[in-house]
Design a binder for this molecule. Sequence first.
Ligand SMILES: [Zn+2]
Length: 393
Amino acid sequence: MFEFTLEASSSAARSGRLALPHGTIETPCFMPVGTQGTVRALSPNDLRMAGATLVLANTYHLHVRPGEDVVAQLGGLHRFMAWDRPLLTDSGGFQVFSLAGFRRVSDDGVEFQSHLDGARRFLTPERATEIQWTLGADVAMAFDHVIPGVADEKTARDALERTLQWLERCAKRHQELRRSGGQADGAAVTERQSACPPVRQTLWPILQGGTHLTLRGEGLRRILEMGSWSGLAMGGLSVGEPKPAMYEMLATLEPRLPPALPRYLMGVGFPADLVAAVERGMDLFDCVAPTRNGRNGTAFTPDGPVNIRNAAYREDARPLDETCDCEACTTFSRGYLRHLFQAEELLGLRLLSLHNVRYLIRLAGEMRGAIRDGSFAGWADSWRHRYLQPDLA
Ligand SMILES: [Zn+2]
């Protein structure tokens, strides 16, 4: 379990398979974000239709509402959200550090204010690990200290040191939970629980270090020395730093990454970034971009983004994306989709979200195919040539 098999590579770009308790996923893989235990406007059926194999849920949000104990009472996160394929939970670090409100960081953890009721809460590496264990996702993430992408070296060094210390504590707590048979409080396994196999979960470290190459390199070395992991996440990128800085960072780090570990680039999911990151050896991605843009009326297409509210589409009988097999594209015209947005109908939000998720999953699939047949470099050039054209549609 948690084994990653590399199937093909084409320079740095790779395709592979990752075996997880709730299924095997193929990489490169885009995972839609289910912030509150739901991918906004999409049902699990929609996600299956879109071809999603792995979904991300937010630990912070599920912790403050409804609370991980409620989720556990209702059968764990998979059953709670009726998603039987693999799930990954983030650690809550990103939310704790990015949501507005009071926040106090110490080496022990972070005291913060709930965005819901303003109540003071305290999250430590151990708590973040316990919450994720209780939720029961296939992959849990280590609790990290997230800083803005443009942070200076001293701030980035400080956050890296803290993240590494916290990683040790997360790993220790995760091991204890695995040994204790699944109870977050370490108590004996009850009769009811012993009837089901314990939840199997793996924990992935997050590499921080901002845009400072020496810090990233050092962080990577220390993470790999700390233990044997089943995956590795790149954090703190795509958080406000210039795009070329992110690409350069990935290209520099790639040769130092162990080929046998899947590499998860957190928070990246605009089409051109996805292609650029796969070119630089990344395997897994998550982003709210497809659903957030979909709700704003922006659709990804092979010819670049389209804003469906544009008056030019009023009498347009063509599908949104003639290459796409999603419900929005096989059933409705651009003119009808535009009408839904003009009339503020909920169906429009669902259809464009569905299309955008499907678009990114198809994009990942196309890249897999091109890597496998050795045509990735040429594929990427022609993809970019078409996508980055000004909107001619
Ligand atoms: Zn579509």
